[in-house]
Design a protein around this ligand. Structure first.
Ligand code: ADP
Ligand code: MG
Length: 233
């Protein structure tokens, strides 16, 4: 019964998001249409032509980002479940984030103290970590440090993954809004990244706690159940 309610609630959220995704994608499309019309003017200066075409590309990228974030949200949670070696998954996510970090002068540090295994969809778990890491990197426009740390507790049978940055931080009100759709403080943000994080981690029976201080940085603390499964190689 409880499960039915949760399912119905999820369906409601997904359809609400579908409606707003359509709306969000329409905005960049409308602006792309306008700029293409402007580009057709033969008297347009080279500078304007360059500016318009780069705005057009940016707007298309935005539409693409909204669609891909939405798709990962709408995909079923309980498919391709497997045994995930935590350390390996975190190391892979850190590798994927490293080029983005380099670009922004961010140093990535990893401290893995748990070789536990957890259970879920590997690609989705990695995506949740990447989304958190991406936001962390974007919160450090002048560079900084991103730390990925894991610890296991055999007694409670839980692992903790802490992802911290030395970025701009958030007010308590901003922290409260995390996970709600289209909340973004970025020019080209989709505001879907944290929704994806929350839906993936909760789908794995995990919990998320966010500690943040404006001007100092943010730490995402994920707590997930240890699963004594054997990873397939
Ligand atoms: P987007 O990154 O597209 O803006 P997200 O859902 O990923 O959307 O994040 C929503 C908002 O939460 C961001 O715009 C930002 O204001 C805030 N945020 C998330 N993570 C952090 C962080 N590590 N430091 C500061 N602000 C953050
Ligand atoms: Mg984001």
């Amino acid at each position: 019964m409880q499960e039915e309610i949760v399912k119905a609630e999820k369906m409601k959220v997904v359809s609400e998001i579908a409606a707003s995704v359509a709306h969000e994608v329409r905005n960049p499309l409308t602006s792309v249409r306008g700029f293409i019309q402007l580009l057709a003017d033969p008297a347009l200066s080279d500078l304007k032509r360059q500016q318009y075409s780069s705005i057009t590309l940016e707007e298309l990228d935005r539409a693409e980002a909204i669609i891909s974030d939405y798709l990962s949200l709408a995909k079923p949670q309980n498919e391709n479940l497997e045994c995930i070696p935590l350390e390996e998954a975190l190391a892979k996510a850190a590798r994927i984030l490293s080029s983005y970090a380099n670009l922004q002068n961010v140093e990535i540090e990893t401290e893995f103290h748990s070789n536990a295994t957890i259970y879920g969809n590997k690609a989705k778990f990695r995506q949740a970590i990447i989304n958190i890491g991406k936001n962390a990197i974007e919160a450090m426009p002048d560079g900084g440090k991103l730390v990925l740390k894991s610890t296991g507790d055999e007694r409670t049978r839980k692992v903790t993954v802490a992802i911290s940055d030395t970025g701009v931080g958030m007010s308590p009100e901003q922290v409260n809004r995390l996970g709600s759709p289209y909340y973004s403080t970025k020019d080209k943000g989709t505001g879907l990244g944290t929704m994806v994080i929350y839906s993936i981690i909760r789908g794995m029976n995990g919990q998320i706690e966010v500690q943040s201080k404006e001007g100092e940085g943010t730490t995402y603390i994920l707590t997930l159940p240890i699963d004594s499964c054997t990873p397939s190689k």
